[in-house]
Design a protein around this ligand. Sequence first.
Ligand code: C5P
Length: 305
Amino acid sequence: MVTEHASAKINLFLHVGDKRADGFHPLQSLAVFTAMGDVLSMEPAFGLSLTIEGPFAKGLDGEGDNLVLRAAKSLSEKSALDTQGAKLILTKNLPVASGIGGGSADAAAALRGLNQLWNLDRSEAVLRDLAAGLGSDIPVCVLSASCFMEGRGEVLRAAQSMPRVPMLLVNPGVAVPTKDVFAALGERSGVEMALPRGNFTDTADLLRFLETTRNDLEEPARRIQPVIGDVLQAIAKLPGALMTRMSGSGATCFGIFADDDCCRRAAENLKIRQPAWWIAPTFVPEMGIVHEAAGQDIGPTAEGL
Ligand code: C5P
């Protein structure tokens, strides 16, 4: 049995440029991963099957459409495996279609886990190439570490260091399709910002950088689902909230807090006033210069399978 954690992906900022000829938008972002996430367990079996449990299991469509199975099939096909299968069990703790990359993180967890279960020994770079064919956010979820993202999301550079960041995630229970938010995009920051090396030594340092950035998708997402504005306002009013922003294409918003206690108290406070919202106090784990790719460009590779 192999178990992989599929952490929520939070875009601390997200700048978008003009639509490319292939229909995608170029972007610049800093993605970080929280302790909160889905869990994917895998064991050997004949054929591929997926069982979904957990608080958000009902939010997913039928098996056939699940990105986890698409990732598993794609790894199996590209590896010319026709006899190996797996029984996959996904515990869905994250809300679906909510801007925190739940489906992408699950697919990335399937690629990492099945690579191990099937003894394929594919490199991380190969898994990222495969991931890029499945969705723009999946390569960064394969790394599941703080990264600057460029291109349509597949050009990555790991941040050099990241402090532990206490973070409150809040979703008002509305699904916002990514495609619709990009289609409603008005004013955009463009993608010409010189990205820093990302040597964030403490929260204050990180916040100073984030103040110079924004999430371009916040305004169009708020037009589609005005409740996002209420969520942002509610988090900003909580004692100890240092910064509030929407992640990805929404509707999940996050608050950065001074410490874990403050974040937990803020969650309790908000749950009383908004019992129907999904409110999750969590944190981004501290990351030193440990990643092999820290500070280097992690572009698409030509390695292939
Ligand atoms: O790549 P993914 O399937 O996650 O993208 C979903 C949709 O979001 C795309 O079909 C596209 O409309 C939009 N998108 C975009 N530019 C990106 C990523 C996604 O326009 N960089």
